[in-house]
Design a protein around this ligand. Structure first.
Ligand SMILES: C[S@@+](CC[C@H](N)C(=O)[O-])C[C@H]1O[C@@H](n2cnc3c(N)ncnc32)[C@H](O)[C@@H]1O
Length: 261
């Protein structure tokens, strides 16, 4: 994934997508809802929604738990979340790697499709270990290798530029989680194929999600028109008989418990 992930750029990319985010969030809604079923049933808990975005799931968490904190690095996302909030939630603008939250004060960290932006993941886990109580849970979803393979392979036939984020192999994540700080209690990968009217529709959705920041990308904005045209021609190979263009997202979700060390 490269280690020059600029968090400022990621925050800016998400901030500029704030107002189109909720209409482009089909994937987020699906994985976030699935994660809800993995949460503990007790209500007297303190829960952090890490990378809360527009606060859609933060509000659902606040309807279930005593204290809920929404954290995001993007000013725009957080402002939107706070304005639309229907519950008593504490909103914090912060980087997940450096949280202004007390040691061992949190029962559950819920994080839907955020950690794919976090590199190195081991540093993020160290920060989560710090704020979680012993036995606290990390309930997460992220994207792994295989995600957007149609788009990746279509670009690959045009040039070698990194047009699409490099998602980590599932096993790398499993090994990172199952270390001295956490133990994975449950995890699975599910391939979710979303349908698009055309390739432009897919790219608009990725942009609307703020997911258009790729580290190490040399050129800004769209590639040359010819390259773009070539890429869309290669994408035709994936078009289904009913005329729709699929894009696959390999979603990895799970629950990890903080070990008593
Ligand atoms: C794909 S969105 C998911 C938002 C929300 N969890 C949902 O389900 O709709 C990812 C969010 O993570 C935030 N994010 C990315 N890197 C972050 C970091 N290092 N610290 C805190 N938030 C971060 C982005 O600003 C964005 O709002």
């Amino acid at each position: 994934m490269g280690n020059n992930f600029s968090r400022t750029k990621i925050a800016r990319s998400f901030s500029s997508a704030t107002h189109s985010y909720d209409v482009s969030a089909r994937l987020q809604r699906y994985t976030g809802k699935h994660l809800m079923s993995k949460l503990p049933k007790r209500s007297d808990l303190t829960v952090v929604d890490l990378g809360c975005g527009t606060g859609f799931f933060t509000n659902i968490l606040a309807s279930k738990y005593k204290q809920v904190i929404g954290v995001d690095i993007s000013k725009g996302m957080l402002k939107f979340a706070e304005e639309k909030s229907t519950h008593d939630i504490k909103w914090i603008e912060a980087d997940a790697f450096k949280l202004p939250i007390e040691d061992e004060s949190v029962d559950v960290i819920y994080s839907n499709l955020m950690i794919q932006w976090c590199n190195p993941l081991s540093d993020l886990l160290t920060e989560m270990t710090r704020i979680l109580k012993p036995g606290g849970l990390f309930v997460f979803s992220t994207l792994v290798e295989g995600t957007l393979y149609e788009l990746k392979s279509s670009w690959k036939q045009v040039d070698d530029e990194p047009h699409v984020l490099d998602f980590q192999p599932k096993d790398t994540l499993v090994n990172t989680f199952d270390g001295s700080q956490f133990k994975l209690l449950d995890s699975q990968v599910k391939d979710i194929a979303l349908e698009y009217e055309n390739v432009m529709h897919l790219l608009h959705e990725l942009k609307g999600l703020g997911a258009n920041h790729v580290p190490n990308q040399k050129k800004k904005g769209l590639s040359g028109k010819d390259k773009w045209k070539q890429m869309t021609e290669h994408y035709e190979d994936f078009r289904e008989p009913n005329g729709v263009y699929p894009a696959t997202y390999s979603a990895y979700s799970g629950v990890a418990v903080k070990l008593n060390v």
